[in-house]
Design a protein around this ligand. Structure first.
Ligand code: AMP
Length: 293
């Protein structure tokens, strides 16, 4: 695996490599979730690029940015083992040179709700701007994102469609710890007792799935089942919301493809998780609960 830190080096490196090129954008502190994305990109691509950039523009809190775990050497070894051909690890000044003044902003309900509402408009503006830049730098045929950040994946797919970017967006299932906790770089911030309480997020999603499987598909029943699990662990959600999995519009019942999304602070860590619930459109026929994806 070749590590490059400038756009010029990246382009020179990729000029001699075969297509299709697959890109996996990350902020480092790689875990099995990231590695699964790299593995999927490897299967579908002749050349796999992993980017490693802790993007200051998408952090609304400077303490969160400062505390973000960084270990480039370890990340490089893991990315190589998972099948990356090129690691692109630019310094901030390479991505945001002096005088940088252009942003990509997706407006409307997709970015104003859930994470956009909790973290402010700069969060998704930071995400869309840096991902658009990475697409321009790498020129990938396809890019892999995690369902763990379901809203982010929807936002990026919409940006690509709206701006006619020639890249295919692939969304990979959420990878979990054996006890259900979704893998996240932020789990490193959890103390032992918080680590235990953090499992209430995935338990809440499971409880919602069981409620749907038992045929109760109305939003109140599904949300009550999920809330009860969080409450039991003393976890207060920033949001717990049932939305259309296609466009995040609010839904009154699990109907077709419905996203249950949760965000909560546990200790110093801000955690998010979600599940796609498949309900029946017809209340007289049995509904099905989806597995946490
Ligand atoms: P991050 O480094 O947190 O920005 O994540 C980089 C990519 O990995 C994003 O597309 C995330 O959605 C994805 N990702 C993060 N955690 C997981 C996970 N537990 N399972 C699958 N994908 C993940």
């Amino acid at each position: 695996m070749k590590t490059v830190t400038t756009v010029a080096e990246l382009r020179a490196e990729l000029a001699g490599r075969p297509r299709p090129i697959g890109l996996v954008p990350t902020m480092g502190a790689l875990h099995r979730g990231h590695l699964s994305l790299i593995g999927l990109a490897r299967e579908a691509s002749a050349t796999v690029v992993v980017s490693l950039f802790v993007n200051p523009a998408q952090f609304e809190r400077s303490d969160d940015l400062a505390a973000y775990p960084r270990d480039e050497e370890r990340d490089g070894a893991l990315a190589a083992e998972a099948g990356a051909d090129v690691l692109f690890a630019p310094p901030a000044a390479e991505v945001y040179p002096p005088g940088f003044a252009t942003t990509v902003e997706l407006r409307g309900p997709l970015t104003e709700t859930l994470e956009g509402e909790s973290r402010g408009p700069e969060h998704f503006r930071g995400v869309t701007t840096v991902v658009a830049k990475l697409f321009n730098m790498v020129g990938p045929d396809a890019a892999w994102f995690g369902q763990k950040d379901a809203q982010q994946a929807l936002v990026i797919a919409r940006m690509v469609r709206d701006l006619d970017m020639p890249v295919r967006i692939e969304v990979a299932p959420t990878v979990r710890e054996p006890d259900g906790l979704a893998m996240s770089s932020r789990n490193a911030h959890l103390e032992a007792d918080e680590r235990e309480r953090a499992t209430s997020l995935s338990r809440a999603l499971d409880a919602a799935g069981a409620t749907v499987a038992a045929g109760r598909v109305d939003a109140d029943s599904v949300l009550a089942a999920a809330s009860a699990e969080l409450e039991r662990a003393g976890v207060q959600p920033e949001y717990l919301a049932l939305r259309s999995a296609a466009d995040l519009s609010p839904v009154e019942r699990v109907n077709g493809s419905t996203l249950l999304a949760v965000a909560a602070r546990v200790g110093r860590a801000r955690l998010i998780d979600n599940v796609v619930l498949k309900g029946s459109a017809d209340p007289s026929t049995p509904a099905q609960g989806g597995e946490p994806s």
